[in-house]
Design a protein around this ligand. Sequence first.
Ligand SMILES: [Ca+2]
Ligand SMILES: [Ca+2]
Length: 190
Amino acid sequence: MKQIVLMVSLVLCLVLAGPAGAEPNYFADTDHYYEFVWQTGLTWSQARIAAEARSFLGHQGYLATITTQTEYEFIQTTFSSYSFIESWLGGWQNEGSNPEENWNWVTAEIWDYTRWAPGEPNDQNGDQRFLMMWGDQVTNPDRLWRWGDDHEDTHPTSNHGYFVEYPIPEPATLSLLLIGGLAILRRRRR
Ligand SMILES: [Ca+2]
Ligand SMILES: [Ca+2]
């Protein structure tokens, strides 16, 4: 009997632990989870689709949106050991706009926080309208963990990827859904 209990406990531990280092990271301020996905050769649009095809705890992901200083600091601290060159983020700009104008988040959150590198955004060699962040493999220290506007199709070389954010419903929203569900059940019983 003891052996069976031990076996069951071991299997449970392995299932609950999951693959090492594969879990997205939780940030209490936003109640969201974040992960970095290594994938070279993706355009921004391909990364956007890839992020939206991922899910965690039953919630669909999206290309991460960094909308506050605390969210920025969380991502920088949490992923500081990920030695990448550039990563895609969930920001894009309307075609033909001035470099600083008409930026959007994929989530339609308000665009009022930025971490541009010095000299960015700059529409270098044409209309650059997709948001990327440089990582610690960048050679210019001014760009470390800062943003740039980029062309859709860059990132062909190694050590690139994209950040995914997974929203978890607020407890308040969950309570409202629960109350609504109970009210419907009561009405049906009458
Ligand atoms: Ca966000
Ligand atoms: Ca640029």
